[in-house]
Design a protein around this ligand. Structure first.
Ligand SMILES: [Zn+2]
Length: 152
């Protein structure tokens, strides 16, 4: 779910934000959060997809859900382009986007980590919107709170 992706990437953000010499932390957080929800533009039914329906509908015509947009392959390509602009933004984008793929790989639908070279899916047992996801979500909120206290 949208909110789980957000909170998960926010948690990772809290974990790493002081480990690197990040110039603009606000931008870093915002880019990470946006990137963490971006892969689902390949589904016009998703929360992100519904917001930009014409674009996600077009993407959906050519690409299937959890295909190329849910692959590290595309992520690396996009990140390499962003590096030209600014390495810090590329790093935030990469980590945020990757966090989405990691979470999706915990669901039965899974993620094809080596797409387009292999269609093998990495899967888990946490169904989207299930009780397990909600438990996971609340654990993340508690972890965020603890980490926030540690960081500040
Ligand atoms: Zn997804």
């Amino acid at each position: 779910m949208f909110r789980t992706h957000l909170i998960f990437s926010f948690f990772i953000c809290l974990l790493i934000i002081n480990s690197f010499n990040i110039q603009n932390k606000t931008i870093f957080v915002i880019i990470m959060l946006i990137a963490s929800s971006l892969p689902d533009i390949d589904s016009y039914k998703s929360k992100v997809g519904r917001k930009i329906k014409p674009i996600s509908f077009l993407i959906n015509l050519f690409f299937r859900h959890r295909g190329i947009f849910h692959s590290p392959f595309l992520l690396i390509l996009i990140s390499m382009v962003i590096i030209i602009i600014k390495i810090e933004i590329a790093a935030a984008f990469f980590i945020g986007y990757l966090s989405h793929l990691v979470l999706d790989s915990l669901t039965p639908e899974g993620v094809m980590f080596f797409y387009p070279f292999s269609k093998k899916r990495t899967k888990g047992f946490i169904r989207t919107g299930s009780l397990w996801e909600n438990i996971f979500f609340f654990i993340l909120i508690i972890l965020c709170y603890i980490q926030f206290l540690l960081v500040n």
